[in-house]
Design a protein around this ligand. Sequence first.
Ligand code: PLP
Length: 372
Amino acid sequence: MQSWIELDRGALRHNFRSFTAITGENKLIPVVKANAYGHGLEEVYKALDPEKPAWLAVAYLGEAKRLRDLGYGGRILLVTPLYGDDLSEAAQLKTEVFIGDQRALDQWCKANRKPPCHVKFDTGLSRQGFFPDEAAGVVTALATHRDLVAGICTHFANVEDVLEHEFATLQMSRFAAAVQTFSDHGLKPLKHCASSASCLLLPQSRLDLSRVGISMYGLWPSPATRLSYLQLNAKIVELQPVLSWRTRIASIKLIKAGDYVGYGCTYRAMTDLKIAVLPLGYNEGYLRLCGSDQSYVLVRGKRCPLVGRISMNLMTINVNHVAGAAPGDIVTLIGRDHEEYLDAATVAGWAKTIPYEFLTRLHPQLPRKAVS
Ligand SMILES: *Cc1c(COP(=O)(O)O)cnc(C)c1O
């Protein structure tokens, strides 16, 4: 592939240390699921390794295996539901799992090899977890395996999208009820519920562990999260973006006024125009919906609007105003170029989505290069 991702290792370590300062030593779980939010699991692991993270969270057994193969000896938490034989494979990989429904609980109790579990409670997301009033029944089912109950946890539904967080407060009180039931029966595992936004905004949500994903990579979960943070704190916490995405101009074309560009002839040049062809498209993960009037990339520190539709492996930009633009010039799709900075949230916004989705769609085969 003819575009590449640059990973700023120093930025990743800075974010790790900033969150460790917030959560306390060994209470941070960097979430490296989904190929480390598209950044590249191996490269992110290697960059974090010097910080000796006590925990990492993944989504798939393949990711847990990868971390073990790379030599990671810390604790791994797998955050998607697992059943059947996958439970013993998790045990083999020393990977801790969420147990969030009766089927998983029954299979876990019966499994010969059991991974340590974190009992998940559904306090308002209606996705994964037992309801808090089921806690006593769960404790009974766990009776003979208490030493393998490593955690009790929940997940917030509505922190990122709002400036007021009363639903999160309600969820925390529901969670507290489940924790109380566990504790009444003498079970006191690690308690956790926070992800990036709640870890940043709600100190009372940090508990024993915080599972931080998007902000580990230097991004705010949403503009509302940043605003809420500024309302609550005198000074913004500095998150440093880790990922840049670049390519080189493949060719330059001079087109005439009236010529069309791209599939569907959606773009028509109003004047003679110098355009550049870039060797990437939606297969690489540049979202096709980005082909709108407002979207641009950076060349020689200048904003260059996208013209025409994005194709599978090609896209076209207007470089009329970039003196000397030539094949081989570096093009920045995400990241800094001279005075300009283009962030993942902006590009995601052009395609009516969020940085989470945009980043996790970056093709796994894009080369990842560590910088700094
Ligand atoms: C992905 C995930 C997180 C991390 O969320 P961010 O908003 O990226 O910090 C935390 N907890 C669970 C259960 C998750 O699945």
